[in-house]
Design a protein around this ligand. Structure first.
Ligand code: KG4
Ligand code: ZN
Length: 354
């Protein structure tokens, strides 16, 4: 790692961001401009593989890799056209290097690394969760570290103390099912098609308050870890013993969503208290949940902390967050050598400061 050379013309040129860690192919172009609203995002495109995996009820890794191969280059071309750029205009390439599905990661990493090599520009492998937690920086009024980040996606429920970009301490983690995974599995149990999370949340809107109540797991003892698999079992029992009507499904969905949202808010309050931070960042797919967004905003107003969310499109997987995290690191002089390396499991706390 070396410090950036201010004379290097690549420093201010657009960075291509590539996300292929799971079932979305995301591509974006961003010219890092810290003081500009939007941080210099020039274009972003996304292809979701939902239809491909729906008939299997979950992501099939080999199919995911093959579809990334098919979609990645056309999406890069489209993003360049949308931004009015050609590959020759690129100053660097950022790709998700982990955590995620190894085959899927390798598609983005190989394509990104090869393109950077061909163009003679630096490339950087980005941590997917760092991408998520920096995504609110793409909005107007971005959060300044120090802050606490709640990362809630299909694979993670984490509370992270962010002292500076690249300085992360995990305060609490998933012991079993992540919040998004609990949404998806609960939806599946009640007969909703894949991916059930957003559909369950939609259904919860027509559920009646108080018809069911589930516990708020691990909130009766100190600590910041999460466990949602017991909640899933409670829901299964309630569903099996019910009349299985549409209204009951919606009532259970509402009670389940309330239990998850309450649990997440209790732990966020504890994490803010423990760290002394006054800013809370929410990111990851479950960050798109409307109840979570409105109840956290209300908790912030009551307790005196400020909540930052990415726009809905940047809560779920996308290329913009990878272009952003990559551009920040490339601008600070970090880049990878020419080998293609991915990390299906990767501890966020091992990242260098940016
Ligand atoms: O961050 P993401 O796109 O992918 C991962 O990195 O995992 O998150 C996907 C997860 C899925 O589990 C999905 O069900 C959940 O986010 N999700 C939601 C909502 N939208 C997406 N969960 C609850 N309410 C939503 N509105
Ligand atoms: Zn994600």
């Amino acid at each position: 790692m070396s410090k950036p050379d201010p004379m290097d013309p690549n420093v201010m040129k657009p960075v291509l961001g590539i996300e292929t860690s799971c079932d979305e192919t995301g591509v974006a172009l961003l010219r890092w401009e810290p003081a500009t609203p939007g941080r210099g995002l020039l274009a972003h495109t996304l292809y979701s593989q939902i239809k491909l995996h729906a008939e299997y009820g979950g992501v099939v890794p080999e199919l995911a890799s093959r579809d990334h191969v098919r979609k990645l280059v056309p999406l890069i071309r489209q993003a360049l056209t949308d931004a009015g750029l050609t590959v020759q205009d690129l100053g660097g390439v950022a790709y998700t290097a982990g955590p995620g599905l190894v085959g899927a990661l390798l598609v983005g990493a190989s394509a990104g690394r090869a393109l950077a090599w061909a163009l003679g520009v630096p490339a950087i492998g980005v941590h997917h969760m760092e991408g998520h937690l920096l995504a609110p920086l793409l909005e107007d009024d971005p959060p300044e570290p120090p802050f606490v980040a709640l990362l809630v996606s299909g694979g993670h429920s984490m509370l992270v103390e962010v002292k500076a970009i690249g300085q992360y301490t995990i305060l609490g983690d998933t012991l079993d099912d992540a919040a998004g995974e609990a949404f998806d599995k609960t939806a599946k149990m009640m007969g909703l098609p894949y991916p059930g999370g957003p559909m369950l949340a939609k259904l919860a809107e027509s559920g009646r308050a108080g018809a069911f109540r589930f516990s708020r797991p691990m909130t009766d003892r100190p600590g910041l870890d999460f466990s949602f698999s017991g909640l899933k079992t409670q829901v299964l029992l309630a569903w099996q013993q019910s009349d299985k009507s549409d209204q009951t499904r919606a009532d259970i969905a509402r009670a389940f969503e309330e239990a998850i949202v309450d649990t997440l808010i209790i732990k966020c309050r504890r994490a803010l208290e423990a760290s002394g931070a006054k800013r809370l960042v929410i990111a990851g797919g479950v960050g798109a949940n409307r109840r979570l967004r409105s109840e956290l905003a209300a908790a912030g107003t009551k307790d005196g902390f400020k909540v930052y969310f990415p726009r809905l499109d940047f809560c779920t997987d996308n290329g913009a967050m990878i272009a952003l995290a990559g551009a920040i690191r490339l601008t600070s002089g970090q880049y990878q050598d020419a080998s293609v390396q991915v990390y299906p499991r990767w501890d966020l706390q091992t990242l260098p400061a940016a």
